[in-house]
Ligand binder design. Sequence first.
Ligand code: FAD
Length: 458
Amino acid sequence: MTILKEIERVVGEKGLIIGEDVLNRKAGIWIDEGIYADAIVRPKDTNELSQILSICNKFDQEVIPHGGLTGLAEGAITRKGQIAISSERMTLIEEVDEVGRTISVQAGVPLEKVQEEAEKYNLMLPVDLGARGSCTIGGNISTNAGGNMVIKYGMMRDSVLGLEAVLADGQIVSSMNQMLKNNSGYDLKQLFIGTEGTLGFITRAVLRLREKPSSINTALVGLNSFEHVIKFLKHMDKGLGGNLSAYEVMWKNFYEVVTASKSNHTPPLPLSSSYYVIVETMGADQEKDSVLFEKLLETALESNIIQDAVVPHSESERAKLWSIRDDVEQHYQSGPVKMFDVSMPVSYMERYVEEVNKNFAANWNEYKCVVFGHVGDGNLHIIGGVGSDDKKATKLMETCIYDPLKSIKGAISAEHGIGLEKKDYLEISRSEIEINLMRTLKKALDPNSILNPGKVFD
Ligand SMILES: Cc1cc2nc3c(=O)[nH]c(=O)nc-3n(C[C@H](O)[C@H](O)[C@H](O)COP(=O)(O)OP(=O)(O)OC[C@H]3O[C@@H](n4cnc5c(N)ncnc54)[C@H](O)[C@@H]3O)c2cc1C
């Protein structure tokens, strides 16, 4: 019996996609190509997945975990001869524990569905990102996703209390812990968080929910130097006593393109600043919090830390401000570009961006180097464009961006992961001993190297 026949016996016809239908599916949200795998397998639960992996392991069959395919590091790319295993039928929200403030879900539940479910109980999952409607909890965990609230609540890792994963040989590791504290030996769930589907396939998770804040204050401010960007961060963080929940910076060229006349956005602040920051706080008393927030903005204005500020007065005005920051796609309209995701201590950022620009200028007369990001978390996104997306140009652009990280011990990935895209540069951010230990773990958990092989490292 062929492997696909064996798999079909487990998942039935509904659980298996083969032939043209595989290629007709898009390989990723911003990828124009189809899926090149031999089949897409769609188990409905952990038990089916366990049987599938045990079959694949027996046949040395390479498998690639698929969530919502919104990942930005080529972590879910497949090739001929491989099988994609999708969590798209594993979409059950199993339980909300209102008192313990947890939600238990299957891995294929989209992030937005979890956010909506939590909201029914006046709770919230403090992880949010632009792809919320399509990305899945399994994908968020396996990439250790970041997003806009990391400064207050941490990354996805900080919201995972328990999880269940299936190992390459089909063994089910169920650690569906619901407690905040559990130091009973090794915390095995960490093996599967941020490891991009190379050590196990996540099937279920217990996520930590927080009380939904009853007050939100937001502002867009303009600043004229990066020194002021840092000063303003400190000013707000200190003044708000732990309630700062977002500090998103747009360099002028980001703001300019997104608010240009042909876009959907009107600029809420004039183009006279060098940097634009969306600052947001979450708390429990709207009246008091607004007074404090506006007072902090006023003192920042008076002491010339910021040049200008606009405060939204309704939820729709707030959404409009955020839509400027979220409209990354505007930068994809004029020629080929590539998005980078790096991190470093905040104090190195200005110098780093200058060096990247210098490197671009040394290689191209015309180029795009648009910078924005979660500066409060030390995370910058850079959209680079040099008029070509051929291999040579891409490689040179990567060198321009990654080389300056070496001397400042920065990271080639802050939140998107390594996948195929960045594995050639892993040694910039990880030592030989660290990479060897990663290989040892991989070998121990997946000796036949069937799970997402070739991703992260060779
Ligand atoms: C518009 C937009 C905005 C974004 N903003 C952010 C942001 O602010 N912060 C951020 O961190 N990311 C961001 N991303 C990237 C992306 O959304 C995240 O990486 C997301 O967590 C991926 O989830 P997914 O379900 O789409 O995973 P996929 O793309 O399907 O897979 C990503 C990786 O996880 C593995 N995987 C998927 N499911 C499982 C599973 N169940 N078990 C084991 N491995 C699995 C895959 O093999 C692959 O390696 C953004 C993407 C877009 C398109």
